[in-house]
Each structure stands twice: as structure tokens, then as C-alpha cells.
Design a protein around this ligand. Structure first.
Ligand code: SF4
Ligand code: SF4
Length: 430
């Protein structure tokens, strides 16, 4: 990336509300400084990710605009079910549009009920308040029929941007796979129309490899966190996985691998990010979109180490790779279809794979407890929590259930509950 410059002309051209956008950048910067920059003993390679965050509305947007000037298209997504490989194969740039801050909520609530999940209200709020340069830069936005709140919100977003909604099956039987394959093919046609290019076996093969390489780097980061003590804080690892949705995939992969070199050597030297002997926890549940750092900050301030995230902004998003052995377009599309159907979102029924995966992760990482995180009003994850609770109790693994939104009003109460949970884990630990 180049050096810092004045982006206000670019933001004006994009149609951002500059005053609202200044307010957003101030809140974002203050929060980043408090949550991230005050950590002691951070890995040096986090410097790249600090830089990306500091320029996420600047240089990265300029890169998108420059790419658009060269005829490439920017395609926004809200869910890890959208096959990014197809966008990349066509020279497009995929950007995640999920939002994790309480911005533009009043605007959003003019359109949406108050009792809707904060993630949906937040992305609608960012878009309606005119403070999201990614949304403005998009040539098309891809929705999906995962939960009811999202699919109905897309109907409203359609008034301000072209939206294409992929239909997701609710189950994973053979007939659901047939539906999903048809949806992936229709999505490919839409992307071909928008980009004016054609998918070929060559460009799709390369795109599959690029996205798999990024997943392999994220898996390597996941592996480094198995070490005890953990060589990186949970919030830093979360940040890396949040940035994966925006950054150039090749540059991101290189930076994650560089971070992993450092973490692996830290692990060999038993160098800890947060202090030796802290209880280890997995956070499982709803995705934490940038800049949602509220719960990880509270948990790590309580003296626990978050060592894994069972979430779409975490291993649910990168755990499975696409089989790279396909040679024909049809084989590659089949491999994409199969890979994406392994994602165990609570929107599916039944969804026992997810419960089994939480248990496996808890055992693999030698955790002392699990924190189940749900965004208020997220029915799929809130209901699925019962099965998670039963499975963990049967194995004697303590569980803390946290339901919250993006507001700051419940921080004190959450801190008290998390402190009590961490104290209980420490007592079991000793
Ligand atoms: S939680 Fe479900 S709906 Fe949300 S990003 Fe993940 S797969 Fe998509
Ligand atoms: S967090 Fe839950 S309610 Fe919100 S968008 Fe995701 S699945 Fe839907």
C-alpha cells in the first residue's frame, strides 16, 4: 500500500455523509486504541493488521476504486456461503459488508423493527446513514436466504443498490444439494453478467487455489493457538479473521503466514500473549463482524485466554478447503458446492455437526470452558444453544451463555458475569 493521503475527495465522490463518516472513524479509532493498542507483548507481525485497520476506509477503498477504473467489479457479500472463488475467477473483488458497530441504528429502526439482530440493523444502518464506503463501492451486493431477518432486509436494501439473493437450502439432503448447485450456477451467471467476463477452468482453478491458500494460512494461525500458553491474544486472532473479509487475499495470506512464523517461534519459547496459566476458553456462536470486539475485550480483561472462535468470523469460515483436484468446470463447481455445504450455520436443520464440532474444538484446544455468544434476537443460534449446552454438560465442560447486542449499556453486567465464570474456571484449574 502507498503512504497516507487525503481521502475526502474520494469519499465525497462515493457519496458518503462526511460528517457521519468522521464520527464513525473517531469512534472506531478510539475503540481500536483501547482494545488493541494497549495490549502488552503483542506479536510484532500484528503491525501489518494495525496498518490495514488504520487504512480500511482509506487505502483499501482507493485500491477498490483503482481496480474499478481498470474495469474490475466490486461485489459485496454478507455471508460465508457466497462462493468467493467465482467472484475472484472473474477478476472481481469480494468484500464483506457485515457490520459490527452501533452506527446508524436510528436510521435502521425507521425501516426495521427494534427487536431485530444488531448485525442486520448495523449493516442497514451503515448503508442508510451513508457511512460505508465498501457498500458505496459495490457494483452489486449478494444476499442469501439464511435467516428471516436478513432475507427480508435485502428487500429493503434493493431500493438503494442492485441485490442478488442466493437461495440456500435449509437441510443437507441430496435434493438440497441439487438446489444448491443450481443456485451456485445462477450466481456464476450473475457474476459473469456483472463483470462482463467468462468463467474458465483456468481462472476458476487459480481462484480456488488463492482462496484455499488464504484458508490454509488461517488454519495455520488456528494451529498456532493450540500452544499453551497461547502466543497471541484472542482479540488479535479475531482481528486477523475479520480483516480476511476485506483485504487483498494474496497479500493477506502472506501477512498471516509471516505472523504464524513469529507465533510458532513464540510457542517454542513458551512465550505467552497474556500471562501464563490463564484459563483457556472457546467462544462459539454468532459472527463478530468488524469492529465488534466487545465480548473478547471483556473476556480477556477478566484474565482468560480466548484460543479459538467457533464462528463464521473464525474457523467455521475457513475450516473446510475446496478439493483442488477438479480439472473441468463441472468438477470444480461440484467441489465448490460440496465445500460450501459443509458450513454448519445454525440456519440449517438439523445441525448436529456444529455441536459435535464445538466439542471437538474444546477437546483439541484443551479448553477450560466455552462461552456461547448470541446476538439478541438471533433465533437460530439462541435456540441451538440448548443442544450445545446439553452436549457440553455431558462432557463436564463449563458453559457461559452470553446474549448481547452492539450497545455499550450492558458492559458492566457482562463483565461481572464473565469475571465470575473466569474465577470459577481458575478455581477448577488450580
Ligand atoms: S452465521 Fe450463518 S448466516 Fe451468518 S455468516 Fe455465518 S453462515 Fe452466513
Ligand atoms: S446473527 Fe443470527 S439473526 Fe443476525 S444475521 Fe446472523 S443468523 Fe441472522
Amino acid at each position: 500500500m502507498d503512504k497516507k493521503q487525503d481521502y475526502r475527495p474520494m469519499w465525497t465522490e462515493l457519496g458518503l455523509d462526511l460528517e457521519g463518516h468522521d464520527g464513525l472513524l473517531k469512534v472506531f479509532g478510539d475503540s481500536y486504541s483501547e482494545v488493541y493498542l494497549h495490549q502488552e507483548n503483542r506479536p510484532g507481525a500484528m503491525e501489518y493488521f494495525d496498518f490495514v485497520v488504520s487504512e480500511c476506509h482509506g487505502l483499501r477503498i482507493k485500491e477498490l476504486m483503482d481496480a474499478k477504473d481498470e474495469g474490475r467489479k466490486v461485489i459485496g457479500t454478507f455471508c460465508v456461503y457466497v462462493p468467493e472463488e467465482i467472484i475472484l475467477a472473474l477478476g472481481g473483488i469480494s468484500v464483506g459488508l457485515c457490520a459490527g458497530a452501533e452506527i446508524g441504528m436510528e436510521k435502521a429502526e425507521e425501516y426495521l423493527p427494534r427487536n431485530l439482530c444488531a448485525l442486520i440493523k448495523s449493516f442497514m444502518g451503515f448503508e442508510l446513514a451513508g457511512v460505508c464506503p465498501y457498500f458505496k463501492a459495490c457494483d452489486i451486493v449478494i444476499g442469501e436466504t439464511t435467516c428471516d431477518g436478513k432475507k427480508k432486509a435485502y428487500e429493503l436494501l434493493e431500493d438503494i443498490k442492485e441485490i442478488y439473493v442466493m437461495e440456500l437450502p435449509q437441510k443437507k439432503e441430496e435434493e438440497d444439494r441439487v438446489l444448491w448447485k443450481a443456485e451456485v450456477l445462477k450466481f456464476a451467471e450473475v457474476c459473469e453478467r456483472v463483470t462482463g467476463r467468462k468463467i474458465t477452468p483456468e481462472n476458476l482453478k487459480e481462484a480456488i487455489k488463492t482462496v484455499n491458500d488464504r484458508r490454509r494460512a488461517q488454519l495455520r494461525l488456528r494451529g498456532a493457538r493450540r500452544a499453551s500458553p497461547t502466543p497471541i491474544s484472542g482479540r488479535d486472532a479475531l482481528l486477523v479473521n475479520q480483516i480476511a473479509f476485506y483485504d487483498n487475499p494474496v497479500r493477506f495470506t502472506g501477512s498471516v503466514n509471516k505472523l504464524c512464523d513469529e507465533l510458532e517461534s513464540r510457542a517454542e519459547g513458551k512465550e505467552s500473549a497474556n500471562g501464563n496459566g490463564a484459563p483457556r476458553v472457546v467462544v462459539s456462536g454468532c459472527p463478530m463482524a468488524l469492529p465488534n470486539w466487545k465480548l473478547p475485550f471483556i473476556v480477556e480483561s477478566s484474565g482468560a485466554d480466548i484460543v479459538a472462535e467457533e464462528s463464521c468470523v473464525g474457523e467455521r469460515g475457513f475450516r473446510a478447503l475446496v478439493d483442488e483436484s477438479g480439472e473441468t468446470l463441472d468438477e470444480m463447481i461440484d467441489n465448490l458446492v460440496d465445500r460450501y455445504l459443509t458450513i454448519d450455520c445454525a440456519c440449517f436443520t438439523p445441525n448436529l455437526e456444529r455441536v459435535e464440532h464445538i466439542l471437538e474444538t474444546a477437546k483439541e484446544f484443551g479448553v477450560d470452558g466455552v462461552i456461547h455468544y448470541t446476538i439478541s434476537c438471533c433465533t437460530p443460534y439462541m435456540v441451538e444453544e440448548k443442544k450445545v449446552d446439553e452436549a457440553l454438560s455431558a462432557e463436564g465442560i463449563p458453559l457461559l451463555k452470553i446474549e448481547t447486542d452492539y450497545s455499550q449499556g450492558d458492559i458492566g453486567q457482562l463483565q461481572t458475569r464473565v469475571d465470575a465464570f473466569v474465577e470459577m474456571l481458575k478455581a477448577r484449574h488450580s
